[in-house]
Design a protein around this ligand. Sequence first.
Ligand code: FE2
Ligand code: FE2
Length: 363
Amino acid sequence: MLSTRAHTTRLCSPKQAAQLSRAIVPLLTTSTSTLSSSVGIRLAFVPASQNLHHQCGSTRAFSTTPPNHMRDFFPAKETEHIRETLPAWPHHGYTEKEMLEVVPAHRKPETWGDYFAWKFMRFCRWGMDTATGMRGEQKVDKSNPTTATHAIKPLTESQWMIRFLFLESIAGVPGMVAGMLRHLHSLRRLKRDNGWIETLLEESYNERMHLLTFMKMCEPGWFMKLMILGAQGVYFNGMMLSYLISPKITHRFVGYLEEEAVHTYTMAIRQIDDGHLPKWSSPDFVVPDIAVKYWHMPEGKRTMRDLIMYIRADEACHRGVNHTLSNLDQKEDPNPFVSDYKGDRAPPRPILKGEGYERSEVM
Ligand SMILES: [Fe+2]
Ligand SMILES: [Fe+2]
């Protein structure tokens, strides 16, 4: 269980919660009478799990959930014989240079399918901004929505956490759907898949690690959980249908989703650097143990900014991978990212290729 000695501070005001509830209602077609400001999102910033708490000797800096309500959502399972269960896909890591060079990017739509994917992504982004109560002055220049990072007014830590949680809860779906459908296709047609499935499943695993990390810092209320549940129901089925109709357009859509993710995390880093998110810059703040282990975060590099740098690098990889996969022949081409190239050539590195590789570059 988590420490109950931490100080608590309310980050999600009743007004903000009410605003969120009001905005979400039409989207979920839920009766307004069932909602009140008290059922909004309970944010619990928990800088460290108990393990890390002991390890680092620091206390939980702040929380918005009353300490008596705090609980560890998924404590590590330890049985009579099992000490710990290691990640199925260990993280491959990045160089510091790669992480620093990630920038928001945008691939211009070229085909009608690209255009449809881009416009649909814009619609989803509008829905999320509205649902999370983002105000006009907190938004960036409309004509460059995934590359501009200046906003007149910064978001608060709780607003960022709401966005991170919601974004990550849906980001883990496409890779699993695509991997599952390609797996079934391979079984059904008695054909090789040529390496796509593993990359897609690893992507969804990686996204789930993002979500689990944020879940260690934030305890959503039942309303947020309902939102996530509803979104997953719609999104999973939508993705499956979309992938069956056109995997090419679906990968493009995911590429655009990842552009949004890189943009979101870049803005958060910028606002930390500008001193607008003091709770995350506090020296008392330590990231959850689950993140330290997964990304092998070195001692002295375990701030919220460091964590977001790792997560942003992951999103940049997904962005490059999905835009590239969209450019390939979906049935015949092997996955370039796990292929062994002729001569001395190394496989492509998607992290800094925001617009993805063209087919001619990698085949
Ligand atoms: Fe993510
Ligand atoms: Fe992602």
